[in-house]
Design a protein around this ligand. Structure first.
Ligand SMILES: NC(=O)c1ccc[n+]([C@@H]2O[C@H](COP(=O)([O-])OP(=O)(O)OC[C@H]3O[C@@H](n4cnc5c(N)ncnc54)[C@H](O)[C@@H]3O)[C@@H](O)[C@H]2O)c1
Length: 271
């Protein structure tokens, strides 16, 4: 079955790609799409949309009153903090791209409490990474260790504390500049925290998931690797992710994972 009314928070790289993918979905396009943008950006966003049937709003409460089937956050950690509980309090399911926001224990508790109160669900898709199904299943068996290695070209680490640890402009070989827990990674590298936070949520938690971050001048893509030791299986997964043409910091695989989460809600056989 095709999706009903899909509300999308943000109109950046992921949101724009997501709209295109949903419109072309083999089950048919959603019955309706609404994009939520910052106040004052409605007309500009409407002008950039090639499809006049897509609505643009800057008022989440008004949008929720129109009973969307699902709200998809594609805007950043601040948007999860600002809107997440409101969406769930309204009884509407929420899909979040910015999983790193859940490394804030107070925000996570607030979302859980809202979801429990109304029965709505907050869904965290795998995002840039894959293998979350295997990790989540291994967790039920009992996990012994989860180690994540994030490798990106040096330019992807500009504007982060990596600049103080290494001379990003002069690297000639892969150089690790951070080793610690997922919680420390989220604190020091919040804009790169989504993958580590997703692994931590699915697996051993923020304090026991180990993270290593590497600036690698020999690659153009973002490479995400993780290794798991558990009572059910031991495995390693490595994804070489092409970057989004609209935002080089975003792995392109992310939007397909979010599209899958939207489409699976209505699939007769969800896989
Ligand atoms: N889970 C993952 O693996 C993964 C991977 C990449 C990105 N992400 C997350 O997805 C988010 C979006 O990525 P992107 O590449 O589309 O970023 P982007 O910067 O291209 O777009 C974000 C858009 O959201 C808008 N926005 C921000 N706050 C808003 C608010 N409160 N209300 C309305 N609009 C708001 C911005 O103006 C911008 O247009 C990132 O911030 C990141 O947290 C997650």
């Amino acid at each position: 079955m095709k999706p009903g009314h899909v509300a999308i928070i943000g109109f950046g790289a992921i949101a724009q790609d997501l709209i295109g993918i949903l419109k072309e979905a083999d089950v048919g396009p959603p019955e309706r799409i609404t994009v939520l943008v910052h106040s004052g950006r409605e007309a500009g966003t409407k002008a950039r949309l090639s499809d006049a049937s897509i609505s643009v709003s800057s008022d989440l409460e008004e949008l929720l009153d129109e009973a969307p089937d699902v709200v998809v956050e594609c805007a950043g950690h601040g948007a999860v903090a600002a809107f997440g509980a409101l969406v769930l309090d309204h009884g509407t399911d929420l899909i979040i791209a910015s999983a790193g926001a859940l490394s804030d224990p107070d925000l996570k508790a607030k979302l859980i409490s809202s979801a429990n109160r109304t029965g709505a669900q907050c869904v965290v898709p795998a995002g840039a990474i894959g293998g979350i199904d295997a990790l989540g299943a291994a967790r039920i068996s009992g996990l012994k260790s989860v180690i994540y290695i994030g490798r990106k070209p040096p330019s992807a680490w500009l504007g982060t504390p990596a600049e103080q640890a290494v001379d990003l402009g002069k690297l000639t070989r892969p150089t690790a500049f951070f080793e610690g827990t997922a919680r420390e990674a989220a604190r020091e590298y919040p804009k790169n925290a989504n993958v580590a936070a997703t692994l931590a949520l699915a697996g051993l938690g923020m304090d026991d998931t180990k993270v290593r971050l590497i600036a690698d001048p020999t690659i153009q893509e973002n490479v995400h690797e993780f290794s798991v030791v558990s009572n059910a299986s031991d495995f390693s997964i490595r994804l070489v992710c092409k970057t989004s043409p609209l935002n080089p910091k975003t792995s392109r695989s992310t939007v397909y994972s979010i599209a899958r989460a939207v489409l699976n809600r209505h699939a007769a056989i969800a896989i």
